[in-house]
Design a protein around this ligand. Structure first.
Ligand code: GDP
Length: 182
């Protein structure tokens, strides 16, 4: 809650949410940040972000997660969105094949604008809608393997693997960052 917001933290990590419109990015973020977050609306730059404090290996990490706030519709997600980001959650909707096909394009953009060491987790969201599935779990998994990404299927609606997806990303960022600081 607000109290923990002022706590001294050992690390501050910025991470971004990326993917087509309506794949569930903002719902994933509000799931993850629920009860412990502060959602700051920044209408001037068209970006939302939320914070959450997490303990990893006895270190207090303040994770600042950015959401595109609908700007991806206008192709207005620019280099400033990616600047300083150490991680990305790349989200597609398992019931819409095009959102999965567009992962290549998002990944390309991420690699063009983002840090080369960025930790990327691929999330196939809406796993609760298995009956309307257009993307097999295997397709997601093999794309992730090919591109060297972590992979999970999530459901923001049913709260499945949401915590895991963010925690995997943050833990990995911590590993990469603490290795660099050795
Ligand atoms: P964004 O544009 O990527 O931020 O997507 P939103 O979070 O706004 O979600 C778009 C739509 O998908 C909304 O109608 C949500 O209720 C729905 N949605 C998001 N996540 C899930 C999910 O895991 N399962 C289901 N069934 N619907 C979802």
């Amino acid at each position: 809650m607000e109290g923990s917001f002022d706590e001294e933290c050992d690390y501050l990590f910025k991470a971004v949410l990326i993917g087509d419109s309506a794949v569930g990015k903002s719902n994933l973020l509000s799931r993850f940040a629920r009860d412990e977050f502060l959602l700051d609306s920044k209408p001037t730059i068209g970006v939302d972000f939320a914070y959450r404090n997490i303990k990893v290996a006895d270190k207090l990490i303040k994770a600042q997660i950015w959401d595109t706030a609908g700007q991806e519709r206008f192709r207005a997600v620019t280099s400033s969105y990616y600047r300083g980001a150490l991680g990305a959650l790349l989200v597609y909707d398992i019931t819409r094949k095009t959102t999965f096909e567009n992962m290549k394009k998002w990944l390309h953009e991420l690699r063009k604008f983002g840090d080369s060491n960025m930790v990327v987790v691929l999330a196939g969201n809406k796993s609760d809608l298995g009956h309307s599935r257009e993307v097999d779990v295997e397709e997601g998994r093999s794309f992730a393997k090919l591109e060297g990404l972590c992979f999970l299927e999530t459901s923001a609606r049913e709260n499945l693997n949401v915590e895991e997806a963010f925690l995997q990303m943050i833990t990995k960022i911590y590993e990469v960052t603490s290795q660099k600081n050795l």
